[in-house]
Design a binder for this molecule. Structure first.
Ligand code: AMP
Ligand code: GLY
Length: 426
């Protein structure tokens, strides 16, 4: 069987790595992939948003399953086009992807189906939104409606900062159409966790829980990034909490999607805040998380292909319980100095060959080969993932390898997992 994975980051490297363990797969293609992925798959130079090019490729090469990594192609209707051509593809269609692509849609959906989330208002003009902010209690959170790769959310603690954010989004149009509408919502307090679920639109199966680290610097300081590290599972979601999440969030979400006429097949990623009054939804994503996937997949014992095929075939109910390694996984992201702002690429990476450990996995996020030199090619460069008996051991193991890897301007957070370990010790 031939499989195509779409995307080029650490998430896609982890997907390709896990799929490469399936005996049913003879060949994996990745579009466009990166230098790490190229060790396991044949990389093809097609952009993830080149829907027609990718569908033509899948038809020509008799691809049995295409797995979509990032949100852009899903929001752009890649799945609709593949389905039209009778090609099997993992991910929701354009209608389903709105759960991530439009925050206004997602919030109104949650309101309609009584799914716990922060109180909010929607605005179409800066003047109205600023007027509203004159009467709110700060901090509040301002969010652009559309896709913004993490750059459309501002936690502000005074009117001046709120006005600045709203003017940039709605008058200067810093994110273009994504800022046509904005949400102003109340700021939730608590610990943030991620729960990725597989669903075929009828059955929903949560994967192991995880926690991302969104801020760039230690102590959760600095600007928001795509994610600087993660671990799985998290003690913040125990059995009882998972039951609460299932009853109050998962079940009403799946029923709501059905009632909206959406057959949602793929990953439903739920970003949650565990507050004093219970779990609340911060955001939905329509795809696997990055870097959450890099810590969840190494713990999965099942054949990933079987699961993805069960989802696309509408047969997830037949899969039964998932089988997990009873250990922990930790991921430290190594990034380029300046990320999430501007940074230099093309820096030589060394030290990877010094890592010789069957429980450490280096998933490439943005690398390229020039001759036989490995070079940085983006903001987040490498994900160093380790599996061990406990979270502390997994973290120590990951950091041992991080210290062996070098490139000019490399930076990483030194406190991945530290907050939850401190809480656990108390
Ligand atoms: P989102 O893309 O909506 O998840 O927002 C990005 C990040 O902003 C989240 O991961 C949170 O860290 C933060 N955030 C979003 N909404 C809220 C909220 N209502 N309260 C507190 N923090 C939030
Ligand atoms: N790690 C957050 C995300 O994938 O959106």
């Amino acid at each position: 069987m031939k499989v195509l994975v779409i995307g080029s980051g650490g998430r896609e490297h982890a997907l390709v790595w896990k799929l490469s363990k399936s005996k049913k797969i003879d060949k994996i293609f990745c579009a466009p992939g990166n230098a790490g992925i190229a060790q396991l798959a044949k990389c093809i130079s097609l952009k993830p948003t080149d829907t027609r090019g990718l569908a033509d490729f899948a038809l020509r090469n008799k691809i049995a399953l295409t797995v979509v990594g990032p949100e852009d192609p899903l929001a752009g209707g890649l799945v609709d086009e593949f389905q039209k051509r009778r090609l099997k593809v993992f991910g929701p269609d354009r209608k389903g992807a709105r759960i991530e692509a439009s925050k206004v849609f997602a919030k109104q959906f949650m309101r309609k189906y009584h799914i716990p989330t922060a109180a909010f208002r929607v605005f179409s003009t800066a003047a109205e939104a600023i007027g509203f902010c004159r009467s709110v209690e700060f901090p509040v959170v301002i969010k652009a409606d559309g896709l913004a790769a993490g750059k459309g959310v501002f936690v502000v603690d005074n009117l001046k900062a709120a006005t600045h954010a709203l003017e940039r989004l709605m008058l200067e149009r810093s994110l273009g159409k994504a800022g046509d509408q904005v949400i102003v919502e109340s700021c939730l307090k608590g610990q943030e966790v991620s729960l990725m679920c597989l669903t075929d639109g009828k059955t929903v199966v949560p994967l192991l829980s995880s926690q991302d680290h969104k801020q760039a610097f230690d102590g959760d300081r600095g600007p928001n990034t795509g994610g600087m590290g993660a671990y799985s599972p998290t003690t913040l979601i125990d059995k009882e909490m998972l039951e609460q999440i299932t009853d109050f969030i998962l079940t009403p979400t799946i029923k709501g999607l059905q009632q909206e006429g959406i057959t949602y097949r793929g990953v439903l990623y739920i970003g949650l805040m565990i507050t004093e009054t219970g779990p609340k939804v911060l955001e939905f994503n329509c795809r696997f998380g990055d870097p959450e996937t890099q810590v969840v997949l190494p713990l999965l014992k099942n054949d990933l292909l079987d699961l993805l095929l069960a989802v696309t075939g509408g047969k997830l109910a037949s899969v039964g319980r998932l089988d997990w390694r009873p250990e922990s996984a930790a991921c430290v992201v190594m990034a380029s100095k300046g990320y999430p702002g501007s940074y230099h690429a093309g820096k030589r990476i060394t030290g990877l060959q010094e890592i010789d450990d069957s429980q450490t996995f280096v998933f490439h996020a943005a690398t390229t080969l020039k001759g036989n030199l490995l070079l940085t090619a983006g903001g987040r460069v490498l994900n160093v993932v380790a599996v061990d008996r406990t979270l502390s051991q997994a973290l120590a193991r990951a950091y041992r390898s991080v210290h062996k890897i070098r490139f000019d301007g490399a930076f990483f957070r030194r406190d991945i997992g530290a907050r939850v370990l401190k809480t656990a010790r108390r």
